[in-house]
Design a protein around this ligand. Structure first.
Ligand SMILES: [Zn+2]
Length: 476
């Protein structure tokens, strides 16, 4: 029997607002424990929440960027549960009337096929505080309580752990380029839970699902889903009966373990939040938010392929971050040679940044530096080999190519007479070149060219060197 996974993902993303969702406390990450708090986010008796308008705005923005319908008359609800990090003993969230519904993300599978993953809903809600388990016992920090979140719930359209990673990567790139969330997984501003069940391939009904929590990276999601698929297949094949469970991903032992089973499941007793008014969202507001959505990474990728005729691979790599995409975009426009700009940026420049552990944001020169580099190579001022040296110097000092070439005397030598002299000197000193060439080993010419380039510190025009070496060897 062949099985497949049925996976749905729930992603929580902290929104990039300055203040919390129902009070004016700061949302800044960190800070001394329990200093970003007030009676409202501590849930003190008599305090009243007020909905932060920017939270709704960012929620709408996320919805539009993810192709959702916006719910025009919405509502906030209470989700009742007791847990020490939830000071009110309920969370104000959205139940039946989420802000956004019926969206989708298109992912590109390895085969090149485009697959559409549905988005069931996006709702806005508040984050909980944080528990700190110490030797002295468990402490609670409410700085995070009330930080605004969106929860993006996918439809169960995902079939493999690889598809899950593709979906998450795309979701993250859309949310961060829209500035809805900074999506920093290491700071917990992007978190993912997964529902997974298995079924025999070709059948419709879903199996018994388990929910996996505590996955702190995309890699962890992929590994946990893979593990859980294998576990369920093994159990079903062995004739065991699965139960609905919440399981935790254990990073150290690379396995999922049971947190709770269905018998212990909560009944949240949702009901409308009486302290907040109905959400009325006008068409005008939605249209105004739509105008603030920038060109999204996958739209940029498509434009780079169409407008700049870049290979798909280049376009993809260059749009992985907004800063990289913008840098390339400008270098391509200024140089009028997008492929050359792409080669320099993806090749030597990326290598230099990797070695130093820096980002495009840290570069000491602007995209016009790349354009100028392309220009001086094209007009023959320097060879592309020298171009690499120039780029290194640009990376170090932030100076522009022409200034560096002048300063270091790197101008290409196009003087045929002078190069001819060196060619003959090299041939005189290396009689084996002629011998081998005459015995049919024509590859030896490469060696001679290399020697001439070395003698000129790489500054001789390689085209001229090639031509003169061939010419002189033929004469001898
Ligand atoms: Zn507060």
């Amino acid at each position: 029997m062949e099985f497949e996974s049925v996976i749905g993902l729930e992603v929580h993303a902290e929104l990039l607002t300055k203040t919390k969702i129902y009070c004016g406390c700061t949302t800044e990450f960190g800070g001394k424990a329990n200093t970003h708090v007030c009676p409202i986010c501590l849930g003190l008796p008599g305090s009243l929440p007020q909905l932060n308008k920017q939270v709704v705005e960012l929620g709408i923005k996320a919805g539009l960027a993810l192709n959702c319908e916006i719910t025009k008359v919405g509502r906030m609800d209470r989700k009742n549960y007791f847990y020490p990090d939830c000071p009110k003993n309920y969370q104000i969230t959205q139940d039946e009337l989420p802000l956004c519904r019926n969206g989708y993300i298109d992912i590109e599978l390895e085969s090149g096929e485009i697959k559409r993953i549905g988005i069931e809903r996006i709702h806005i809600e508040e984050d909980a505080g944080k528990l700190l388990h110490t030797k002295r016992g468990t402490l609670v920090d409410f700085n995070r309580a009330g930080v605004p979140l969106i929860e993006v719930v996918s439809k169960p359209d995902i079939r493999t752990s690889e598809e899950a990673t593709l979906y998450l990567t795309k979701l993250k790139s859309i949310l961060s380029s829209c500035k809805v969330s900074d999506c920093k997984m290491e700071e917990g501003s992007l978190r993912c839970d997964a529902n997974i069940s298995i079924r025999e391939k070709g059948t419709e009904p879903f199996g018994i699902r388990s929910e996996i929590k505590n996955m702190n990276s995309f890699k962890a999601v992929e590994k946990a889903l893979h593990y859980e698929f294998e576990r369920q297949v093994k159990a079903v094949t062995a004739g065991e009966k699965l139960t609905v469970e919440t399981r935790r991903w254990d990073e150290t032992n690379n396995e999922t373990t049971v947190m709770r089973s269905k018998e212990e499941a909560n009944d949240y007793r949702y009901f409308p939040e009486g302290d907040l008014v109905t959400l009325n969202i006008s068409d005008e507001w939605i249209e105004n938010v739509r105008k603030t959505i920038p060109e999204l990474p996958h739209e940029k990728e498509a434009r780079f392929i169409k407008e700049y005729e870049l290979p798909k691979y280049d376009a993809h790599v260059l749009t992985l971050t907004d800063s990289m995409a913008e840098f390339f975009d400008e270098a391509a426009k200024l140089s009028k040679d997008p492929k050359a700009a792409s080669n320099w940026i993806m090749g030597d420049l990326s290598r230099l940044m990797n070695v130093e552990g820096t980002w495009v944001e840290d570069l000491k020169f602007a995209p016009n530096g790349i354009a100028e580099l392309i220009e001086v190579i094209k007009d023959g001022t320097i060879s592309s080999a020298i171009g690499k040296q120039v780029l290194e110097a640009m990376f170090e000092s932030g100076k522009l190519p022409k200034a560096i070439i002048e300063e270091k005397g790197l101008k290409q030598n196009n003087d045929e007479g002078a190069i001819l002299e060196i060619v003959n000197k090299v041939l005189d000193e290396n009689p084996q070149v002629i011998e081998q060439y005459k015995s049919g080993k024509t590859r030896i010419l490469g060696f001679a060219v290399g020697q001439v380039m070395k003698a000129t510190k790489g500054q001789a025009n390689p085209g001229i060197v090639n031509q003169l070496v061939e010419q002189e060897v033929a004469k001898r």
